[in-house]
Design a protein around this ligand. Structure first.
Ligand code: 16G
Length: 184
């Protein structure tokens, strides 16, 4: 099983984001093209399975045991649809993934066949807190959703994280998030 460096989506999309439209403050100033010393913000690639991707994801929830075969099957599905923008931050000195966030596009008939964006799996590894990486990822995914013509972008988060997302102009909806779990 070859776990190569094929990007999940066009890396140019992250480089071409209009960072002047970003609405949150960064101190020191960082951006998708300059995320910090020894760090690289880029699309997910298969080789990231061996760079600790699941170690980072398991800091958010149960990430599970995933074989390279299953990982590639899911990666290929995501790439084929073109609707998954799984983005990672790599510590290039360590060759390890230290943060990730995903933008997913959902196509609708309503609003004249509009597209809704969803932000999912925002995680920064414990050892990399304080480098503004969560802020950088959420800002980048939000700008990317606008660039890709989403009519709205939504996310689910714990009450303790509401203030964080409000910084990016997200507001709590009058609608209630409901779920029916089949397994964990
Ligand atoms: C959080 C995540 C969501 C993730 C869920 C996992 C963000 C903004 N939200 O709600 O994307 O899917 O946690 O929880 O990162 P679960 O394991 O209970 O489904």
């Amino acid at each position: 099983m070859i776990l190569d460096e094929t990007p999940l989506f066009d890396p140019g999309l992250l480089k071409e984001l209009d960072w002047s439209e970003n609405t949150v403050q960064f101190s020191p100033p960082i951006s998708p093209s300059q995320p910090g010393e020894g760090l690289l913000l880029r699309p997910l690639c298969p080789a990231d399975l061996n760079r600790g991707l699941f170690k980072v994801l398991s800091q958010l929830t149960k990430a599970g045991d995933v074989t390279p075969e299953l990982f590639i099957k899911t990666f290929d599905h995501m790439k084929r649809t073109g609707d998954y923008y799984v983005t990672v931050v790599e510590d290039t000195n360590l060759g390890q993934i230290v943060a990730t966030a995903t933008l997913i596009l959902e196509h609708k008939f309503i609003h004249s066949c509009a597209t809704r964006g969803r932000i999912e799996e925002v995680v920064v590894s414990d050892e990399c807190r304080g480098k503004q990486l969560g802020k950088l990822l959420v800002s980048a995914m939000t700008l990317l959703s606008k660039k890709l013509d989403c009519y709205k972008i939504t996310l689910e988060c714990l009450p303790k994280n509401v203030a964080f997302y409000e910084k990016f102009s997200y507001s709590s909806s009058a609608e209630t998030y409901m779920q029916h779990r089949f397994f964990d």
